[in-house]
Ligand binder design. Structure first.
Ligand code: CP3
Length: 339
């Protein structure tokens, strides 16, 4: 069995499988060259030839155990009528929404995302035998923050004010995102994705009861609905910043894997999460950027902490654009014992 799938089924290989969030992207010169051919980021994501190439670039360089589909978490709201544009130096920009009716899926919304399915098919056909193809979507809470704030935000104050002030209205928005996310991920699985990951990058902006209602609840709903349609496909959830509430995700029974950010002590995660799920993480992204002995020492400590159970080596968040590509090669070589 592929090493990444083995970990997710609780049968840990002796060398932990590895992939990195944002392993495709601006730190790679070949990515920057490809990206120049498509100034519009949404068009780039929806071009199967270019998106498949971007997915495969880090696999050619590093022989990762996982290939993450090249796409973006904001394609779903885009297809649901909330158009996103990516501004250089700023990031994603939306017209901020104030009502759940801003998301009104027409019957053909998924057609707009069919190029993503085509990307999955092309990548699947090109991948080495050991590599697992990972599909993904944003978790409803995180996607909602971009819609309500109109882009990236420091404190997510408008989204929290809506959630706390009008919880029923906010639930409607979240429910629409749950339903559409199930259909979108199901499409990725039908096209060949072998694992799917839900990115709840801003889970940590919520208080604990909010995490339960708007992060855990919707992620469990998505994983459960997917499990009914695709019982063989493991789901990984990444509730970034959730702290000890991460334990709820691990014990929910809905997920095969839980991603942890770098603030979570590995020993805690090994004791509390690993008996229930494969743990994915959690090297600091800047440690990878810095490299050298700091990198190998940090990687060794993480490996050591998780050696008693299923572990997928990853970062605590994404690769940063300033990362020297050689550091990724050094990390992979070190973990495989060739370093
Ligand atoms: O290699 C991979 O991980 C696969 C592709 C991928 C992208 N975005 C490509 C991308 C994945 C899995 C994502 C997820 C994503 N997108 C998240 C969750 C993970 C996280 O980082 O917290 C979020 C919050 C987004 C939304 C998003 N997309 C933002 C905020 C930005 C702008 C910030 C930035 O890094 O530029 C993007 C753009 C984006 N998505 C880029 C890439 C490679 C950079 C675009 C470029 O080439 O200019």
């Amino acid at each position: 069995m592929k090493p990444l799938l083995s970990s997710l089924r609780g049968q840990q290989p002796s060398i932990p499988p590895i992939w990195l969030m944002r392993q495709a992207g601006r730190y790679l010169p070949e990515y920057r060259a490809l990206r120049q051919q498509a100034p519009d980021f949404v068009q780039f994501c929806l071009d199967p030839e270019m998106a498949a190439e971007a997915t495969l670039q880090p696999i050619r360089r590093y022989d990762m155990d996982g290939a993450i589909l090249f796409a973006d978490i904001l394609l779903i709201p885009h297809a649901l009528g909330c158009r996103v544009r990516f501004e250089p130096g700023v990031g994603p920009v939306f017209e901020p929404i104030t009502s759940p009716n801003a998301l009104s899926p027409g019957s053909d919304w998924l057609d707009m995302l069919h190029p993503v399915g085509e990307t999955v098919r092309r990548v699947k056909a090109a991948l080495p035998a050991r590599t697992t193809l990972i599909g993904f979507a944003g978790a409803p809470w995180t996607v909602a923050t971009y819609l309500v704030e109109g882009g990236t935000s420091r404190d997510h104050a408008k989204t929290r004010a809506w959630a706390f002030g009008d919880p029923e209205g906010f639930d409607l928005l979240i429910r629409r995102l749950v339903e559409t996310t199930v259909d979108y991920l199901s499409m990725q699985i039908d096209a060949g994705a072998e694992v799917v990951q839900l990115f709840d990058s801003w889970a940590g902006a919520l208080p604990a009861d909010g995490i339960r209602r708007w992060s855990l609840g919707p992620c469990v709903a998505i994983a459960t609905a997917l499990g009914a349609r695709h019982p063989e496909t493991p789901v990984i959830v990444f509730p970034r910043g959730a702290g000890p509430a991460t334990a709820w995700f691990a014990t929910s029974g809905a997920f095969a894997g839980v991603g942890i950010d770098s603030s979570i002590p590995p020993e805690w995660a090994a004791a509390v999460l690993q008996p229930n799920v494969a743990v994915q993480g959690n090297l600091d992204s800047i440690v990878l950027k810095v490299g050298g002995d700091t990198l190998t020492e940090s990687a060794a400590a993480i490996r050591q902490a998780f050696q008693g159970g299923p572990h997928i080596f990853n970062l605590g968040h994404g690769v940063v654009p300033q990362t020297p590509p050689e550091h990724v090669a050094e990390l992979v070589a070190y973990l495989r014992g060739e370093g």
